[in-house]
Design a binder for this molecule. Sequence first.
Ligand code: PLP
Length: 456
Amino acid sequence: DVQKKYDTRAIQELDAAHYIHSFTDTKALASVGARVIVKGQGIYIWDSEGKRLLDGMSGLWCMNVGYGRKSIADAVYVQMQELPYYNSFFQTTNAPAAQLAAKLVEISPPQFNHVFFTGSGSEGNDTNIRMVRRYWDLLGFKERNVIISRHNAYHGSTIAGASLGGMSGMHDQQIGIAIPNIVHIGQPYYVEGGKGKTPEEFGLEAAGWLEQKILEVGAEKVAAFIGEPVQGAGGVIIPPSTYWPEIQRICDRYGILLIADEVICGFGRLGHWFGSEYFGIKPDLMTFAKGVTSGYIPLGGVMVGDRVADVLIEKGGDFNHGFTYSGHPVACAAALENIRIIQEEQLVEKVRNETGPYLKKKFATLADHPLVSVAETCGFAAGLNLVQKKGATVHDCVPFDSKLEVGMICRGHMFGNGMIMRAVGDRMIIAPPLVTTIAEIDEMIELIRHCLDATL
Ligand code: PLP
């Protein structure tokens, strides 16, 4: 059916002629032709040639409830006919936005009683910068405007989001235009930095880099620290258990605001509504996007904790910041239905108690493969390290000559074998939809093993 409906060549030609793709060498892609994705159901997608692929990445970490949810489409259809749009500037609101704000407060940790809506995660992180600077300004500390972030972090693609982010590839392309007063510390990546230490020792050391940076910059100048509970796009970097409690202690000690970027970790990915809960930290601000609508429609925002909201609302007057699509009624209607599904099907609890532990057990078996040194998960996010030759410890393995090569080889096999998994440096990662069943996990692990074998 799919093959009859779409003319792959014709779509590829239009694409090659006119479409500049995100994070892609558009010229190189044009020479091979982009794969045309046309349909999704559950955890699978199909291309225009009728090939089925298991989507181990939930699209871009967002398809939490899986593809093909008619009730979300229905909610969108109804809302579009009732009120397709009205802004939330200038004294008005709309019912889905107000209801979603209340719902988000209900499912968030207790310090959160307010929400600011945006259209994406990047805009959410721009909002964080505006909010923390406004917060300190209102309290009379205008000079407290430095934000500390981490290498290899991903916080979005707007100039502010990319400046907060720590991806060298992005910074290399924006020399001179990264916004000032953002500084970076190392990431808590045990495989890279933990040689000779236990993970717990390394976790404390990596958190200590925050304190060093605060003292270097001057505590009176530091506004906030931002981090993803588990770094996602950077390669599913799961911090040692000692890391986040120590970060919290340091933020508290110096009165620094803690921002958790929950764009990936939020909405159940780690078996809790938010990744901060998994790690037992108490952020002042949380960025969200992706899983809030399971990607069905763009929506993002910031959960604003009482510490910031009380100052912003009580003392702030107009907050001169916002987007045309802030609180978009159709996106909010989609989010309400998406959250209803997550609750009804108990997807967060399933990932925490059932499918997440099963994925952990099965994924760990991949570590016996000759190409794999580490295979670890955190909820429904997982990463494995590819090596040329294994050593006595993870720090004594022989890496591939070229990290890019690993990705290309492995990714090539992945698509060919009907499995979508991403390569980040020498790490291969997955973040499957939260609806993935035990049988589908078995299928996924089989496929990954098969692709690794083909790479040998
Ligand atoms: N923050 C994190 C942790 C992300 O993973 C992403 C996107 O992948 C973003 C922010 C940016 O979100 P968006 O692409 O919706 O702007």
